[in-house]
Design a protein around this ligand. Structure first.
Ligand SMILES: [Zn+2]
Length: 241
């Protein structure tokens, strides 16, 4: 018996007894939505995610969902794991929906998208998320200069968001609440102020491929150094000199 088979055996027996009692002959006789609410499926999903150490099979984010490469009986009953893969919500979304936000139906097409994304991420790992930083008087500009397709895994907006949160946690910097990623895309940007005096220090704006930090004339906070420190700790980011 495979490890998945062992892990799910009690749930499978219970599941089969329940569906037989209700007159069903196989897993295909019950609505799929009901199947997804069973302990059997929970046990399968947990096992798949644990078997990947909790990481998405495409990128390095936390796996939160399990995607089906196939819906064969052995897969649905937890007898075989080859048709299942743990993914983060974003990668799963990219597989399930096309650019026009229509749901993909073909399992072959979804499998192709999965393979494509996985190979794109391998390239990203090798090449890195390459950015350049330019400083002019009171402005720090960060520009992404790598392959545009990598922006589906990491965006400058999400980097800027994490950077601001980190500033907030580790420095005297504050920002107006509520604060969300979308605030960075607005014309006004996100204003960072000193926590003590509420004095304006900088405005941060971000797009998928760029970040702009405008400092006030009296800004005394070392934004450039802390941005570089932050980027140095991001696993795939490479600041090009
Ligand atoms: Zn992912």
């Amino acid at each position: 018996m495979s490890p998945l088979e062992v892990h799910t055996s009690v749930h499978r027996e219970k599941f089969m007894r329940r569906i037989y009692r209700r007159g069903a002959e196989s897993v295909f006789d019950i609505p799929y939505e009901n199947y997804l609410r069973t302990e059997l499926w929970n046990a399968i999903r947990d096992w798949v995610i644990k078997s990947q150490s909790g990481k998405c099979a495409i990128c390095d984010h936390d796996a939160a969902e399990v995607h089906h490469h196939d819906y064969e009986e052995a897969t649905l009953l937890g007898l075989r794991s080859s048709g299942l893969v743990g993914l983060c919500a974003r990668c799963h979304n990219l597989i399930e929906f096309d650019d026009a936000r229509s749901k993909r139906v073909s399992l072959i097409e979804k499998r192709e998208v999965f393979e494509h994304l996985a190979s794109e991420f391998t390239c990203l790992r090798q090449e890195g998320f390459r950015v350049v930083i330019e400083i002019s008087k009171l402005t720090i500009n960060l520009e992404y200069i790598g392959n545009k397709t990598f922006l589906q895994f990491i965006s400058c907006s999400s980097l800027a968001y994490s950077f601001i949160i980190k500033l907030f946690l580790h420095s005297e910097m504050a920002f107006p609440l509520p604060f969300g990623r979308e605030k960075l895309k607005q014309k006004s940007g996100v204003v960072l102020t000193l926590r003590e005096s509420a004095k304006k220090m900088a405005t941060v704006k971000a797009a998928p491929a760029s970040i702009q930090i405008k400092l006030t004339k009296t800004c005394a906070y070392p934004f450039e150094a802390s941005l570089r420190d932050f980027l140095a700790q991001e696993p795939f980011v490479r600041v090009v000199p």
